[in-house]
Design a protein around this ligand. Structure first.
Ligand code: ARG
Length: 601
């Protein structure tokens, strides 16, 4: 078991120990967690704290066992395993029992050295995969003719990072953009297009400002009864895919599509568009499918379907006018993703406000029989609202919604100012400057989003995200560039350095060296954790931990010694190898988060 999450491995070892020592608790799993940084020297690198909880379980059963006794029994089993299992002995140096009932695990220095050597020689590798899953990730998903707003930015950034993580782990990921491109509003858009640009079938209409166009048509729709009637007829014609209507709809969608694409290009995000319209045929088939199963109920002319709790709201599968809804398209989409896309895992990234809708979707999918939780994992990845610095909904000074392209432009302007301020004395070529500008601007915007717990609202602040102190991309990108430059400053050729890993051990004698090394080895722990809860902020916290551990190492351990004249006197290869391993681990984290690094800034 070479490439693994150490934490997961130890969890297995302790679960086995628990069940061996206490056969009456065979349904329990042990919990192993990394020790708080401050106590590592004394209490080891990982801890199992289950003895306290087990003591309580026994107490409730009327059996008296002290936590220390329990911890000792666990330790006895693990020690036996250590003596007989060379794989475990390779990873773990020793275990110790501590009051009131901890079992502390000390990692082996030799093992850490080997793992780091592997990183330098073979690159950072993902933990080995039990099963390659087919994962559909539905993210970004803006609405045609409407603004792509900061909420969609959040969905885009989070969804993309989730895809990149799963791709890195080796899964088969389908990135779907479930754009809102269907429904009533297209009737009014098409009717308005027919009136304003009657020759739209031959000449492409000048509707670059689609939002203004949307507003005009909405106004007419609300004020003019005949227009409204026509709009509804247009919906019917469109849903039958009548060519002229389809053409008008295509034109409208194209305008939005081009705008969205510009944002995706700037953020380096790829997506396959498969909007609500794609599911028209499947929605038509869904209705008799659910009817046959007796799952639809008539309610005031609507056809509805209940989830598990009839006290809550049902799904509306068919409206009283015969049309479909957001609920219908999501049911059809889920069915399609499972049955046609063969997804073992469906991830949907949208704001927390839609939580109830997706809970209901999961329940109805199960009832309808196409979602089997034993075969398909369904995750709703919700996120909080983006707030302005005044803690109110993010708006421009004048109260309008913020245009994403303008937001990105402002990021670019601000990051350039910052770089110029910081780099008065370094010389960057215009290309290097522009690369750094983009890396910092987009990196900061992404990182600010990813580093906040997605379940909370978050305050969008350029000042905070561009601050080069603290857990920000600005700080981390500087830190990374500096680490990468240490090797360069030592005047060693990088290929030669890598080769030297065959003969020179990575230096791990100094406590700060060993501490850094063990932090680097936690990467796979963190990745498996994120895979479980799809919260990217764990990875950001980890990245920050790595840079902190590196600073402490670097402040205490020289990598290069210079004489008074500033000439290099001695190069400490074992430490340069450690610096190189650090740079690679950081780079891997940046890659997963889709943040570009630069050589100079
Ligand atoms: N278009 C929706 C919105 O802007 C998001 C769609 C999310 N995906 C889904 N399958 N419903 O809020």
């Amino acid at each position: 078991r070479d490439r693994m999450s150490i934490r997961d491995y130890l969890t297995e070892v302790f679960t086995h120990a628990l069940r061996t020592a206490f056969p009456d608790l065979e349904d329990k799993t042990a919990a192993v967690a990394p020790t708080n940084e401050k106590y590592v020297a004394k209490f080891g690198d990982y801890q199992c704290n289950d003895a306290m909880a087990l003591c309580k379980i026994y107490k409730d059963k009327g059996v008296k066992k002290s936590p220390l006794e329990i911890a000792q029994s666990l330790a006895d089993v693990v020690n036996k395993e250590l003596a007989s299992n060379p794989n475990l002995a390779k990873v773990v140096d020793k275990i110790e029992v501590a009051k009131p009932g901890f079992v502390n695990v000390f990692l082996s220095r030799v093992y850490a050295g080997e793992q780091l050597k592997d990183i330098v020689l073979n690159g950072v590798q993902p933990p080995s995969l039990d099963k390659r899953l087919r994962v559909v990730v539905d993210f970004s998903s803006p609405n045609i003719a409407k603004e792509m707003h900061v909420g969609h930015l959040r969905s885009t950034i989070l969804g993309d990072a989730i895809c990149r993580l799963l791709e890195y782990l080796g899964h088969d990921v389908v990135r779907l953009n479930h754009v809102g491109d269907w429904g009533t509003q297209f009737g009014m858009l098409i009717a308005h297009l027919q009136d304003t640009y009657p020759d739209y079938l031959t000449k492409s209409p000048p509707i670059a400002d689609l939002q203004a166009f949307y507003k005009q048509s909405k106004k007419r729709f609300d004020e003019d009864e005949t227009f409204k009637k026509r709009a509804y007829q247009c919906v019917v014609s469109l849903q039958k895919f009548e060519p002229d209507y389809k053409k008008a709809w295509d034109m409208i969608c194209d305008v939005s599509r081009r705008d969205f694409q510009k944002i995706y290009d700037r953020l380096n995000v790829t997506l396959t568009e498969r909007g609500e319209s794609f599911y028209q045929k499947h929605m038509e088939e869904l209705v008799p499918y659910l009817e046959k199963k007796g799952l639809l109920e008539l309610d005031d002319g609507r056809k509805i379907m209940w989830g598990d709790d009839r006290g809550l709201i049902p799904m509306t599968i068919v409206k009283s006018d015969g049309g479909f809804t957001y609920d219908t398209s999501d049911m059809a989409a889920l069915k399609h993703r499972i049955e046609h896309e063969k997804a073992n895992w469906v991830v949907i990234v949208t704001d927390l406000g839609q939580g109830v809708h997706f809970k209901l979707l999961g329940e109805c999918g199960k009832k309808a029989g196409f979602l089997d939780p034993n075969k398909t994992r369904l995750d709703f990845v919700g996120f909080g609202v983006v707030l302005g610095e005044d803690k109110k909904k993010f708006k421009t000074r004048s109260g309008d919604t913020v245009k994403l392209s303008e937001l990105l432009d402002e990021g670019l302007r601000r990051s350039l100012d910052k770089l110029k301020e910081k780099n008065r004395h370094t010389e960057l070529t215009p290309t290097e400057l522009s690369e750094a500008q983009q890396a910092v601007a987009y990196g900061c915007i992404k990182y600010a989003d990813l580093s906040h717990n997605r379940n909370l609202d978050y305050v969008f602040s350029f000042d905070k995200m561009l601050d080069d102190r603290g857990n920000t991309a600005a700080y981390l990108l500087y830190a990374y560039t500096r680490i990468a430059s240490i090797v360069r400053a030592a005047g060693v050729n990088i290929d030669d350095l890598v080769k030297s890993a065959h003969t020179t051990p990575v230096s791990l004698e100094h406590p700060k060296e060993f501490a850094l090394a063990k932090t680097l080895l936690r990467l796979n722990d963190v990745l498996t954790l994120v895979t479980r809860d799809l919260c990217l902020h764990h990875l950001c916290e980890y990245l920050y931990d790595v840079s902190t551990a590196f600073s402490e190492f670097y402040d205490n351990c020289y990598c290069i010694e210079k004489d008074e004249a500033g000439k290099i006197k001695k190069v400490h290869t074992g430490r340069l190898l450690l610096a190189e391993a650090t740079a690679r681990v950081m780079k891997k984290c940046f890659d997963i988060l889709n943040i570009n690094t630069v050589h100079k800034m």
